[in-house]
Design a protein around this ligand. Sequence first.
Ligand code: GTP
Length: 398
Amino acid sequence: MSFFKRLKDRFVAPEEEQEQLQPLDEPVPADEPVPAEPVKPKKKADDWDFSFDDEDLMSIEEFEELEAQQIGAKFRQGLEKSRENFQNRLNDLLAHYRTVDEDFFEALEEMLIQADVGFNTVMELVESLRFEAKRQNITETADLREVIVEKIVEIYEQEDDELQAMNIQEDGLTVILMVGVNGVGKTTTIGKLAHRYRQQGKTVMLAAGDTFRAGAIEQLQIWGDRVGVEVVKQSEGSDPAAVMFDAVNAAKAKKVDILICDTAGRLQNKANLMNELQKVKKVISKSVPGAPHEVLLALDATTGQNALVQAKAFKEVTDVTGIVLTKLDGTAKGGIVLAIRNELHIPVKFVGLGEKLDDLQPFDAESYVYGLFADMIEASGVESDTADDTETTDPHAG
Ligand SMILES: Nc1nc2c(ncn2[C@@H]2O[C@H](COP(=O)(O)OP(=O)(O)OP(=O)(O)O)[C@@H](O)[C@H]2O)c(=O)[nH]1
């Protein structure tokens, strides 16, 4: 099966089912409180009791199919700006350069660099395209369209796949440490993450570890109230390690599943930041061996190459296990995902695709390329279907 066809089968609902494509959980706007009671996990057929009507039943396969289509729709919507950039410019390139030659590859390199894919990643990508074109004897650029998109997924997925999933403990407390400079959307991300885990039926607690920035504690408390989770805090200016000590103990005592810890984001003084993060991590790991289970770095996608610089700086002071790339919906240069993965070797675990609570989505390379090239992918089958139809209905055929 062709790559485009596979993506289409995965993400696009058949036309007659399009109107069924409502979110499984009603999206809650960011400024609206969600009910304080923990939200029940999504139902799969296996979980259901007999009080449900038969007609409500959906098989696990149907459920997963619908979920994939909803995720596809989220990426399609969130990457609209980047899609205009990537897809239209690629189409223009293919129209302008018909033959596969060095001029085409150079123009492609330039296009990808401008979309923030990152110099080294672009060179690697285009080199493997040159090789593939030769290997498959592709001479017309139009025939490279699908290969280009497939190579983007390959470039992302060549790194260790196991690192991609969140390290959530089956039993006992999982501690997630959020780091990142002020203003990147760290607090919003903590709120969205808390909401996501509550939707999965987990209990969540937040720790207000940014005791440095004025208003940070109150802002986190607002998020805690909004998603209905407890926030452990002390007064502004207090020792973040002391807040973490309280929070970890409270989380353990209350048998909470997930503790998400905010931290101060001042990068100006690296030595201070490093000392603070090390102290905080030590307090956490002393109480919960193996914790923190994740250190997530929040980066603002709209800051482009500056996000890479921030990531490098944080990588020097702490072991970052994953990136949350916020505001991906706000940039036309969505290529930054590839640069981060390929140049920093840190997986992008979540992407922010909008301001609503459920707009934080786990990152997945195929959902991402579907978002970037959705119209192209959707059109691909139609073209070949039409070609097939033409063949069979052509009176001169045979
Ligand atoms: N469109 C869009 N907006 C986002 C996203 N993530 C965060 N924002 C918005 O970015 C703004 C800043 O987010 P905050 O979380 O308040 O960021 P902050 O508190 O200044 O930054 P921190 O100090 O990092 O917590 C808010 O208006 C958020 O709604 C996203 O993925 N997409």
